[in-house]
Design a binder for this molecule. Structure first.
Ligand code: ADP
Length: 190
């Protein structure tokens, strides 16, 4: 199995590039942000809990997202592999993912980080907010809050995969196709 953690701050282009990667490599896309937004849309209890935190630019609790990922792994037993997008976002999530995959006889093949400077992220998210309607993309204060959560809780997850010798990075500013080509070079080297 090819199991990839696509990593990067909010607005780095993980969703865009995941869509292209799953198509080319026949992988299943697991985005915890998308899963949480469908729980909110469906009005579930989990969605209600997550909604306020997400709208405030805060992470939702680890056990919530780990449970969602466990369910999705169970629903796709014969997949070629997974692209994890927006997960793991904390060290405990990364540790839990290793356990979940190991219990299924597999593991993470690589983390690929999309590198984008902070100023570019903020302007991309403000533009996305005009069309996406996402409450967390609507103003600079909320976006800054998400970037702070990223810098304090999520950035250290890269070190977790570096220590396992699985870290790769690709520059995330430029043409979508060019960035995709650079991601494919890493994928094909695995
Ligand atoms: P972005 O990468 O643009 O921030 P996402 O759709 O990945 O967007 O996430 C949106 C929000 O969903 C996050 O700000 C956070 O509140 C919540 N979320 C998504 N994934 C996780 C996760 N793995 N752990 C905790 N919270 C998460």
């Amino acid at each position: 199995m090819l199991n990839i953690v696509l990593f990067g701050p909010p607005g780095a282009g993980k969703g865009t590039q995941s869509a292209k990667l799953i198509d080319k490599y026949q992988l299943v896309h697991l985005s915890t942000g998308d899963l949480l937004r469908s729980e909110i849309a469906a009005g579930t209890e989990l969605g209600l809990k997550a909604k306020g935190l997400m709208a405030a630019g805060m992470l939702v609790p680890d056990d919530v997202v780990i449970g969602m990922i466990d369910n999705k792994l169970a629903q796709n037993p014969s997949s070629n592999g997974f692209i994890f997008d927006g997960f793991p976002r904390t060290i405990p999530q990364a540790e839990a993912l290793d356990v979940l995959l190991k219990s299924r006889g597999t593991g993470i093949s690589a983390m690929i980080a999309l590198e984008v400077e902070e100023q570019e992220l903020i302007s991309r998210l403000l533009i996305r907010g005009q069309s996406s309607g996402r409450p967390d993309d609507q103003n600079e204060t909320l976006i800054a809050q998400r970037v702070t959560e990223y810098n304090t809780k999520t950035r250290p997850v890269a070190d977790f995969y570096k220590a396992q010798g699985k870290f790769h990075s690709v520059y995330g500013i430029g043409e979508i196709e060019e960035i995709f080509g650079n991601l494919c070079t890493v994928m094909d080297s695995l």
